[in-house]
Design a protein. Structure first.
Length: 93
């Protein structure tokens, strides 16, 4: 049987990318969810352009920023080469 390659994509609306915001605006829970997910699938390309930001107003009237990870193309690699600059959340507060 021949191998077939492809991708599955789903459009997600967002307001911006994480690189345009200070990391202290993001909830610890959202950052931890992304970090745990990346570690489990060995995502080697989690730069701040691969995390979308969706702005919402809470019931308290404050702005909240929800993080949405995208681009998992370098996950589950056959060769393990990890560089700290490829994983942006490692430098976040």
């Amino acid at each position: 049987m021949d191998k077939k390659y492809g991708s599955l994509q789903f459009f997600v609306s967002s307001d911006d990318v994480a690189g345009n915001y200070s990391s202290d605006l993001f909830s610890v829970e959202d950052v931890h969810k992304i970090a745990i997910f990346d570690l489990r699938i060995l995502n080697l390309d989690r730069n701040d352009g691969n995390i979308l930001v969706k702005k919402k107003r809470g019931q308290d009237g404050e702005k909240h920023y929800r993080l949405i990870p995208i681009d998992h193309a370098l996950s589950l690699p056959s060769d393990l080469e990890i560089n700290s600059w490829d994983i942006c959340w490692m430098d976040w507060d």
